[in-house]
Design a protein around this ligand. Structure first.
Ligand SMILES: C[S@@+](CC[C@H](N)C(=O)[O-])C[C@H]1O[C@@H](n2cnc3c(N)ncnc32)[C@H](O)[C@@H]1O
Length: 196
């Protein structure tokens, strides 16, 4: 699992995770290509330009920290872009679930305003779950960043496990827009096909 606490600026959460992964590679805790198995996002030209600027900052941070070149040879712009492309569509926002009814109400309100997020993480197996606007499973976090998969109804043997990447209470047009903009696909789940 690659995890990172939420930095003050939301725009920096993914670069922060790439920096974390770079540290894990340098310390021997992860391989530089460990995310390559995951599906990458399609990146637009403007995003690539931003990533080049971010990479220069990251590279200079490691240079200033005095790391020897031999242990940072993996740290290239191609590595950074490949990592970011995978983090962008595979990272989960970690929200700890409520333990009491009062907590439930306040955590629901915090979730809507994104205040309940305690960090972001990429998990290898959950990254392979596809999206459905009427999912049969849900990822939850009870006390820490260990993700648990919770069934939302009876699931037949052999049935695909699907989770919902977004807020399923939105109408069909809003869901399609967010999935197209954020994840680059047109959702053709039964709910969307029926226009619900
Ligand atoms: C987190 S990955 C899910 C695993 C991915 N299908 C794989 O084989 O590695 C998210 C990507 O899967 C595809 N995907 C997930 N749910 C989908 C759906 N309901 N309809 C079409 N494509 C979907 C999209 O390309 C999306 O960007």
């Amino acid at each position: 699992m690659l995890a990172g606490t939420t930095p003050s600026s939301r725009d920096l959460k993914y670069p922060y995770m790439a920096k974390r992964l770079a540290c894990m590679v340098i310390s021997g805790a992860a391989n530089a290509d460990c995310l390559n198995i995951l599906q990458p996002a399609l990146l637009h030209q403007g995003t690539l330009i931003e990533m080049k600027e971010e990479f220069e900052l990251l590279e200079s941070t490691f240079r200033k920290a005095g790391f020897q070149e031999e242990i940072t040879t993996f740290l290239t712009i191609d590595w950074y872009i490949n990592v970011l492309a995978r983090i962008r569509i595979n990272a989960f926002r970690i929200e700890l679930v409520a333990s009491s009814y009062e907590d439930l109400l306040s955590s629901a309100a915090a979730s809507v305003s994104c205040d309940s997020s305690v960090g972001n993480a990429v998990y290898m197996l959950p990254s392979f779950y596809n999206h459905d606007c009427d999912p049969n499973a849900h990822i939850v976090w009870l006390q820490n960043a260990d993700a648990k998969l919770k069934a939302l109804r009876d699931i037949e043997e052999g049935e695909e496990l699907c989770i919902c990447y977004i807020d399923a209470s939105m109408d069909a047009d809003a869901r399609q827009k967010i999935l197209a903009d954020g994840f680059g696909f047109e959702c053709r789940c039964l709910r969307c096909l029926s226009g619900d």
